[in-house]
Design a protein around this ligand. Structure first.
Ligand SMILES: Cc1cc2nc3c(=O)[nH]c(=O)nc-3n(C[C@H](O)[C@H](O)[C@H](O)COP(=O)(O)OP(=O)(O)OC[C@H]3O[C@@H](n4cnc5c(N)ncnc54)[C@H](O)[C@@H]3O)c2cc1C
Length: 286
């Protein structure tokens, strides 16, 4: 492996001066779990890695707003910190539940919220959950900062709207009264495989009536995708076999799905129909 530098700036200005907007061989590094895999596979050869570990302030910590209506989560927060946060478990139980299906303890101890979003592999488990929860990301760079919906980070397979000299600093996740969320990871061979399909549901229920819904498909598509046709069909409906069948059909026809080693296009559309109905029934029965 060719040699490269790892630098640890202690201020944002220093970090920006070390990043290079033109050179993809210069990258920020969070936990390093995705970068190391790409370097071992020799698909990425860095010249310089800029570690974010000494940047504190907005990059670290999990804070619940005084009015309890939103979390601020620093981009360098590890998955283990998220998994074991009592406040997150109490207000966003879908997060620790999703963690149980994600990688292993060693990866969760180092992988970070920011690195996971910036990596933009559509098979990752948490990005679609943030999207269903209506989270926003703060992006900082030498030209200033911007706050965007998490959905606007992704443009395609491993492609994002974040420039080479920009950083994800933190995310903001609303705590929405009455909403329940659930992530379904469908693997077609072993349980620890990458998913053939990920489905995140966020529902506002009144008994068996769906007052509002956010549904996000991942893994079977290039980047996390809102299933807006099915959402519109579910909104205001009473949960029952007819509604779930129609919503499953609407969900299955909307996305562009491709066949791959985890299943054919038809099979994944079938999985989507079946798992959407099952998950909604299970959430209503909770
Ligand atoms: C053995 C193994 C099993 C795994 N299993 C799963 C799994 O089941 N489910 C799952 O979802 N994931 C899984 N992962 C992937 C893991 O979730 C990602 O590797 C991880 O989320 C990336 O986070 P990181 O902090 O290590 O990122 P890094 O490797 O540090 O960085 C990844 C990318 O993000 C960029 N980056 C990092 N931080 C920032 C930032 N703050 N702002 C802008 N760009 C940034 C880097 O330049 C790089 O391009 C697995 C990984 C391993 C090694």
């Amino acid at each position: 492996m060719a040699s490269f530098d790892v630098l640890e700036p202690s201020s944002l200005d220093e970090a920006f001066s070390l990043l290079d907007p033109e050179d993809p061989a210069v990258r920020p590094i969070g936990g390093g779990t995705a970068l190391m895999l790409m370097m071992k596979a020799q698909v990425y050869r860095p010249r310089r890695l800029v570690s974010l570990r000494r940047l504190d302030g907005m990059f670290s910590g999990i804070d619940l707003a005084a009015d309890g209506r939103a979390f601020r989560i620093g981009a360098m927060t590890t998955f283990a910190a998220l998994e074991h946060s009592r406040e997150i478990a109490a207000k966003l139980p879908v997060i620790p539940r999703t963690m149980k299906t994600l990688a292993n303890v060693r990866v969760r101890n180092v992988a970070t919220v920011g690195g996971n979003l910036a990596h933009a592999d559509p098979h990752l488990d948490l990005p679609p959950v943030w999207l269903a929860l209506d989270a926003k990301a703060k992006i900082v760079g030498p030209r200033g900062e911007r706050v965007i919906p998490v959905a606007d980070i992704f443009v395609g397979y491993y492609e994002t709207t974040i420039a080479n000299d920009e950083l994800i600093a933190e995310i903001e996740v609303p705590v929405r009264a009455g909403w329940r969320s659930h992530y379904v990871k469908v693997t077609t061979r072993a349980a620890h495989d990458w998913p053939a399909l990920g489905l995140t549901l966020s529902l506002l229920l009144d008994g068996r009536t769906i007052k509002d819904a956010r549904l996000v498909l991942s893994a079977a598509v290039d980047c996390p995708l809102r299933l807006t046709d099915a959402e519109a069909m579910l909104k205001g409906g009473e949960i029952g076999p007819d509604l779930l069948k129609r919503a499953g059909e609407a969900a299955a026809v909307q996305p562009d799905i491709e066949s791959d080693s985890r299943g054919s296009e038809d099979y994944k559309r079938h999985l989507l129909k079946v798992h959407l109905g099952r998950a909604i029934e299970a959430m209503a029965a909770e």
